[in-house]
Design a protein around this ligand. Structure first.
Ligand SMILES: NC(=O)c1ccc[n+]([C@@H]2O[C@H](COP(=O)([O-])OP(=O)(O)OC[C@H]3O[C@@H](n4cnc5c(N)ncnc54)[C@H](OP(=O)(O)O)[C@@H]3O)[C@@H](O)[C@H]2O)c1
Length: 258
């Protein structure tokens, strides 16, 4: 039973690792001995994150736009120059769009679906040869999709495409899991609640909105880096080798009381 949560020597990709939840999970993996590739569009922020994360271990930055096939193929081609296997793929890159229902624009639908759903699917597809090379029956390779509690219950916000995209992530996770398990690749998801990040900056920086958000969280606080990294480490390690196709809710009790 010793070292059940060990990820040392493993190779991981965290998409959207330059910021927020992705950065937190990348730090957790690095501090526990994994080599971590991070990717995002904005090069300056990505390089800054890579420098910060390098204090914890071997972190490599590869810029990419994962919302289209060309960007995904470019990323995987670059990754393949450095690695012949991939133990852990965390599909975390994502975006949100909010607008009243009467005015919700097509661009706000397509942009969110392209990165949150299409990008996640094709990133997984293009990484399959590397994942297959890493997995064994005893310790399969891992795909961890980042969903959201907003894909499970009605958030009450006008983020229509985000809601649909995150529900899609939950269901796609079970579908991919059943199709990939015989290749020794386990697929699971995490549905975070409220964590500080660029995406939630407007709430975090507004006292009234923060108080309102906190009043809905039974644990009385937002998520910490340890909360999300701990679940990512569990789903990345031998400890979860018999967990297949599930979404773990990490939300301080919001769904439980919804
Ligand atoms: N924070 C929360 O409370 C919360 C709750 C539930 C779920 N989530 C989910 O957690 C994930 C991370 O979100 P976050 O809150 O940490 O937000 P964030 O701080 O805005 O981080 C999003 C990351 O994704 C990257 N990204 C966005 N579009 C991309 C694209 N087309 N190609 C490549 N990278 C892209 C961003 O970098 P660039 O902009 O430079 O590309 C950034 O690194 C998302 O899937 C989000 O839906 C967050």
């Amino acid at each position: 039973m010793k070292n059940l949560f060990d990820v040392s020597g493993k190779v991981a990709v965290v998409s959207g690792g330059s910021s927020g939840i992705g950065f937190m999970m990348a730090q957790g993996l690095l501090e526990n001995g994994a080599k971590v590739y991070i990717t995002a569009r904005k090069v300056a922020r990505l390089e800054e994150a890579q420098k910060e994360l390098s204090a914890y271990g071997d972190c490599v930055a590869i810029p990419s736009d994962l919302s289209n096939l060309e960007g995904i193929e470019g990323f995987v081609a670059e990754l393949s120059k450095h690695e012949d296997k991939l133990d852990i793929l965390i599909n975390n890159a994502g975006a949100v769009w909010s607008a009243p229902i009467d005015d919700f624009p097509e661009a706000g639908w397509d942009k969110i679906m392209d990165i949150n759903v299409k990008g996640l699917f094709f990133m997984t597809q293009k990484c399959l040869p590397l994942l297959k090379a890493a997995g064994s029956k005893e310790d399969p390779a891992r795909v961890i999709n980042i969903a959201s509690i907003n894909g499970i219950r009605n958030s009450g916000m006008t983020t229509y495409s985000y809601t649909a995209s995150k529900s899609a992530v939950v269901n796609l996770t079970t579908h991919l899991a059943t199709d990939l398990v015989d290749r020794n690749i386990l697929v699971n998801a995490i549905a975070p609640g409220y964590f500080p990040s660029q995406m939630t900056k407007a709430i975090v920086e507004n006292d009234a909105m923060t108080q309102y958000a906190l009043s809905k969280i039974p644990c009385g606080r937002m998520g910490s880096p340890e909360d999300i990294a701990g679940t990512a480490l569990y789903l990345s390690s031998r400890a979860s080798a018999f967990v297949c196709g599930h979404t773990i809710v990490v939300d301080g009790g919001q769904i439980a009381t919804a």
